[in-house]
Design a protein around this ligand. Structure first.
Ligand code: C2E
Ligand code: MG
Ligand code: MG
Ligand code: MG
Length: 279
């Protein structure tokens, strides 16, 4: 019997699992060197006011190009970076670059942009986070109100009381927070009220079929009205069509981000767009 079970558990390790493990190991060892080898780059995606079409913010999105592995999607390498702890130095690098870029754009006098940076759960749980963020802002000379940290709904709800404390700390430092991928987690409304956030990012999965799927439509309407009654701003992610934009505008959504306006761009291209925008 024991023998049978032993054999059974051995068989449980499928070829797919083996392939995934091998890929993970390959990614971890490549990620370990990626920072030093300068393989990372940040692209910036405009966040646009729906009322007047102006660029009012940018989301920093990490890009990784490896000579053999090619371009690896953050959806694949961020979880690997989190599991291996590498997300801490990588996340700090992203924060530093994005803050430095925000400062540079602020000095051009083109438009006062808010720079949004994604925060991993590992960074969010690190006790030194508020200290680290304030130090970077200080060193780069960016006033805290130009930085926004994006936290996914799932992360905030894993430990809501802990999240409230961290958010309070960051808030006291003058840093803005938003909830990313909103609607995909299970936020209790009572917590949402206690979270020191100023913006909800409506997840792109609801925006995609907004014009055809009655449930998605209902969810987006509900999120916008919930946000309004709590005094929060809303931004829709993944806006690709004029039809989606028209719907969002009618519902009173404040901002949009998506391919309809622009894909995430290298810094120089973003700046060119900004110049065109302010002309
Ligand atoms: P996210 O923060 O929700 O970012 C939005 C994602 O949607 C980005 O994918 C963006 O390129 C994509 N997107 C924007 N507009 C459209 C659109 O109109 N249509 C479609 N189909 N997609 C659109 P990306 O850059 O591949 O990033 C995926 C996720 O990886 C991000 O989701 C975020 O969770 C994570 N990520 C990216 N950069 C960082 C980082 O520096 N730190 C951390 N912790 N996570 C990051
Ligand atoms: Mg985000
Ligand atoms: Mg998102
Ligand atoms: Mg996402």
């Amino acid at each position: 019997r024991a023998k049978q079970e032993g054999r059974h558990s051995f068989c449980f390790f499928t070829p797919e699992m083996h392939a995934r493990l091998a890929r993970n190991l390959q990614l971890v060892s490549a990620l370990r060197q990626a920072l030093n080898l300068g393989q990372f780059e940040i692209h910036y995606q405009p966040q646009v006011s729906i009322a007047d079409g102006r660029i009012i913010g940018a989301e920093a999105l990490l890009r990784w190009r490896h000579p053999e592995l090619g371009t690896v999607s953050p959806a694949e390498f961020i979880p690997v970076a989190e599991d291996s702890g590498l997300i801490l130095p990588i996340g700090e690098w992203v924060l530093r670059c994005a803050v430095r870029q925000a400062k540079a754009w602020l000095e051009t006098g083109l438009a006062p942009l808010i720079m949004a940076v994604n925060l991993s759960v590992v960074q969010f749980r690190h006790p030194d986070l508020p200290k680290l963020v304030t130090r970077i802002l200080d060193e780069e000379g960016l006033p805290p109100e130009y930085l926004e940290l994006e936290l996914t709904e799932g992360v905030a709800m894993q430990n809501p009381q802990g999240a409230i404390d961290v958010m309070n700390n960051l808030h006291e430092c003058g840093i803005r927070m938003s909830i990313d991928d909103f609607g995909t987690g299970y936020s209790s409304l009572s917590y949402l009220k206690k979270f020191k956030v100023y913006k909800l990012k409506i997840d792109q999965s609801f925006v995609r079929d907004i014009s055809t799927d009655p449930e998605d439509k209902a969810i987006v309407i509900a999120v916008i009205s919930l946000a309004r009654s709590l005094g929060l701003k809303t931004i829709a992610e993944g806006v690709e069509t004029a039809e989606q934009l028209a719907f969002l505008r009618n519902q009173g959504c404040n901002e949009m981000q998506g391919y309809l306006f622009s894909k995430p761009l290298p810094a120089e291209q973003f700046e060119a767009l900004l110049k065109r925008d302010t002309d």
